[in-house]
Write a protein that binds this ligand. Structure first.
Ligand code: NAP
Length: 509
């Protein structure tokens, strides 16, 4: 028997929890949030590798409606962000709506009923009028295909699935990758391991992290005088927002930042060979700019080797590079990122009108309308879908903009008694033509790098080429004229014995 809700949300990261808060604020209670794990948190639950922390200031990397005066640092660590998210779920009454242990494997649109049917791994099924995917762009770890992976016999794990049962003490550890995760994990484990072999394919531009403790006095001030907290958040917001110009407007401005980054390498690393190894040959900002105060210093330690020769294969307990050198290792850490780019479809099968498969629709790179709606997939909303990522500021800003957009859509559907809304294909196509014309002039396209922002053919599917101000403004109100709509009365009435609101069945919300 299907369990039916008006609205189903997938995932309990910032997106799912924030959406739940908004629905309750709107007086909507007939909704559930499906979560595959047994706790909330999304990426901040899964990425608990040593050193995991935010690289955006916490005063901004938090909900605008629940600003936290008690962050202990400017850039909070993973545990503190996870506690914050758990707190939001509890404080705003979202937790009773969450169905833990619900791993979604498929979602299928039923045009006759105007309903989504959601299938779980364990065979259970749910139905809902509206489906909101808050499963995030960076949720599925990417593992490179390396010859010999079937031969290798030692422990191996991804940063997003850290094996805490494995003791790294005095072990020889290979870390593959030098992105945002690697630059946090390397300094965190280097004092403990015996040897660390860092396999670098492409170096990243790294800048100092303006991190510091937030002392008791400052915390008390933020709590007692909330306007000081709001002012501090606003100043961080505008400082980060102003950086956008270098990415999308005047890429030449990045030359100034590049000089600073080169000076940072020079200051932190004395060995000329290592300096050359870590210096990128592409434009500053083309890949995500990383922030760290201890990464370069970690690379200069005696027990660290930065290997740039390229991995040829794995042996039983070793990594062999193209120059023929075999390095024995006790464990391999894959800091190799997430399935975005070519793999940007949802982590489960989504079938829309006339049986169309989203993976097929997105074969040449994901597209949507403002990253939220996809033609042919009625009543489906993505929170931070294609082209909504940012290279310069907090993703929570985009998540909140999308929550506002989806809530405006739901309000419109309720007020106008609509059964379905489906974005017009011509509107979506025109939107994407303009978007990609703009993206083609950004540093992400012209900077001479390959990044996870792109598909293998070079199409940028991850980033929004504008300011968060513009995005927020343009997504504030749902515009029904951009959608094809069906009135509720037009949906055929079918006998639906199993479709009583789940709140009556589950009884809890
Ligand atoms: P990433 O930026 O995609 O980095 C993956 C790394 O693995 C790259 O250095 C890549 O090299 C390397 N790699 C992939 N396949 C390889 C292979 N076959 N051989 C050698 N190296 C290989 O992934 P990430 O570091 O997990 O970060 C992903 C995103 O997550 C970030 O950009 C950020 O948005 C987010 N994140 C945020 C934080 C935070 O503090 N808020 C922390 C971690 C992650 P190439 O560059 O050559 O492809």
């Amino acid at each position: 028997m299907d369990t039916n809700y008006e609205i189903l949300i997938i995932g309990t990261g910032f997106s799912g929890i924030g959406m739940g808060v908004k629905l309750r604020e709107m007086g909507i209670h007939d909704f559930a949030i499906l979560e595959q794990a047994d706790e909330v948190g999304g990426t901040w639950r899964d990425n608990d590798y040593p050193g995991a922390a935010c690289d955006v200031q916490s005063l901004l990397y938090s909900f605008s409606f629940d600003q936290n005066p008690r962050w202990s640092r400017m850039f909070a660590e993973q545990k503190e962000i996870l506690e914050y998210l758990k707190g939001v779920a509890d404080r705003y009454g979202v937790r009773p709506h969450i169905r833990f242990g619900c791993k979604v494997t498929g979602a299928r649109w039923n045009d006759r009923r105007g309903q989504w049917k959601i299938e779980l791994e364990d065979g259970r099924t749910f139905t809902s009028k509206v489906l909101i995917a808050g499963s995030g762009g960076l949720s599925r770890p990417a593992f490179p295909v390396i010859p010999g992976q079937d031969v290798y016999r030692g422990p191996a794990f991804h940063t997003a699935r850290w094996d805490h049962s494995f003791d790294l003490t005095n072990k020889s550890v290979a870390v593959i990758g030098t992105g945002a995760s690697a630059i946090q994990v390397v300094p965190a484990i280097v004092p403990k391991v015996g040897q660390l072999k860092l396999f670098q394919r492409t170096p990243a531009w790294v800048m100092p992290k303006p991190d510091r403790e937030i002392g008791r006095f400052e915390q008390r001030m933020y709590a007692a005088m909330p306007f000081t907290l709001h002012a501090a958040r606003a100043s961080i917001y505008w400082m980060l927002e102003s950086r956008l110009i270098g990415f999308v407007g005047k890429p030449a401005l990045m030359e100034y930042a590049k000089k600073d980054a080169l000076a940072f390498i020079h200051k932190e690393i004395q060995d000329p060979e290592l300096r050359v190894k870590v210096t990128p040959d592409y434009a500053f900002g083309c890949k995500r700019v990383l922030l760290s105060n201890d990464y370069y210093a970690a690379l200069t330690r005696d027990n660290v080797e930065v290997v740039t020769d390229g991995i040829e294969r794995l042996g039983e307990r070793s990594v062999v590079t193209r120059d023929g050198v075999e390095r024995p290792v006790d464990a391999i850490v894959y800091a190799t990122g997430f399935q975005v780019g070519d793999f940007s479809a949802a982590p489960f099968e989504i079938t829309g009108r006339d049986g169309i498969d989203l993976r097929e629709v997105w074969r040449d790179g994901a597209e949507a309308y403002f990253g939220a709606s996809i033609a042919g997939f009625p009543n489906l909303f993505l929170i931070t879908g294609p082209n909504t990522g940012l290279g310069h500021t907090s993703m929570v800003l985009m998540i909140e903009a999308h929550i506002q957009y989806v809530s405006s859509a739901i309000r419109t559907m309720r007020e106008k008694q609509l059964a379905t809304v489906d974005v017009r294909k011509d509107v979506q196509d025109a939107f994407n033509r303009r978007l990609h014309a703009r993206l083609s002039r950004t540093i992400w396209a012209t900077g001479g790098c390959k990044s996870w922002y792109q598909t293998s053919a070079g199409k940028i599917v991850a980033l929004w080429p504008g300011s968060t101000v513009t995005f927020r403004k343009r997504t504030e109100q749902f515009d029904l004229s951009k959608y094809e709509a069906t009135a509720a009365s037009a949906i055929a009435e079918a006998p639906q014995p199993a479709e009583a609101p789940a709140s009556e069945i589950a009884g809890s919300v």
